[in-house]
Design a protein around this ligand. Structure first.
Ligand SMILES: [Zn+2]
Length: 135
């Protein structure tokens, strides 16, 4: 996308896709402002009407540190932290707890996740399995 392209707009303190504006409002209305591709956001703007995540904007790269466990194929715990040290301490404690419960099939993952990713995606940085039942 070019700097002045846009798929989303702001209107009445909310974000909308161009096609999701309330009836009677369009991109030429007074209170509607384009969200340009080169605008900077901490997290990607989300359409108030349909929930689409507009990640074409410039995200400021705030990093969240995340740890989660998968026990027998399903996500068990999933936590977010402000720094890597706290996350790693949590991951170690979590692994020790799962191990003490005698589970046979589990992993604890850690990752740095760039803010603005859609929930459930680990985009940003690759995840690393730090502990597992095989380790
Ligand atoms: Zn929408």
């Amino acid at each position: 996308m070019k700097a002045f392209d846009y798929d989303a707009v702001t209107y009445d303190c909310a974000v909308y896709c161009v096609g999701c504006l309330p009836a009677g409002v369009n991109v030429n209305s007074d209170e509607v402002h384009p969200v340009f591709a080169d605008s900077e956001w901490d997290t990607a703007p989300v359409c108030d009407a349909c929930g689409e995540v507009h990640d074409y904007v410039t995200l400021l790269g705030k990093v969240e540190y995340r740890a989660w466990s998968i026990v027998e194929g399903a996500i068990d715990e999933d936590e977010t932290f402000d720094d890597a040290a706290t996350r790693d301490a949590y991951a170690a404690t979590l692994a020790a707890t799962i191990r003490s419960e005698g589970c046979k099939d589990w992993q604890v993952y850690v990752a740095n996740v760039t803010a603005g990713c859609a929930v459930g995606e680990w985009a940003g940085e690759e995840s690393i399995c730090q502990y597992s039942s095989e380790g």
